[in-house]
Ligand binder design. Structure first.
Ligand code: HEM
Length: 123
């Protein structure tokens, strides 16, 4: 009687081990791919819809920036920067329209206003 129980117990034990082992082998592979957030891209046509002081986007070197909140902080006269709202403004940003580049601090500041990439070959 005891021997039967013992044999039954051991068989069930090994059956359990085998089942677990088998299942482990057939488990779905661990997810290794990393979900890449897809960024919204913008066209120049979209950028041009934001040409106001109260809603000012610019495309600069392939990225789109919403500079509305920054405009009041900009150290130049508003009339220098406002015409670039809604525009492709890489050249204006690079030269300040005076042949002088912005400082690295300005570049750093700019990064904070990025909303996404400009669509490639966008016009
Ligand atoms: C795209 C059109 C823009 C034009 C035409 C323009 C032009 C100018 C001018 C004339 C000055 C003052 C004179 C000088 O410092 O030489 C200036 C200074 C400055 N601008 Fe702009 N700017 C533009 C956009 C921006 C943007 C988008 C930012 C940053 C978000 C920015 C940040 C600054 C800063 C921080 C200064 C102080 C000087 C420096 O750090 O270079 N500007 N800009």
């Amino acid at each position: 009687m005891m021997r039967k129980l013992f044999l039954l117990g051991t068989s069930l034990f090994w059956l359990l081990i085998l089942t677990l082992w088998f299942q482990a082998g057939h488990a779905p592979p661990a997810r290794t791919e990393v979900a890449m957030p897809v960024e919204t891209t913008y066209t120049l046509a979209e950028v041009s819809q934001h040409s106001l002081e109260s809603d000012c986007w610019m495309a600069i070197d392939g990225q789109v920036y919403d500079l509305t909140a920054y405009l009041p902080e900009h150290p130049s006269k508003p009339s220098i920067i406002l015409p670039w709202c809604g525009q492709e403004a890489s050249e204006a940003y690079r030269t300040k329209t005076k042949g002088r580049t912005h400082s690295p601090a300005a570049d750093q500041l700019l990064l904070g206003y990025r909303i996404g990439p400009l669509q490639k070959d966008s016009r």
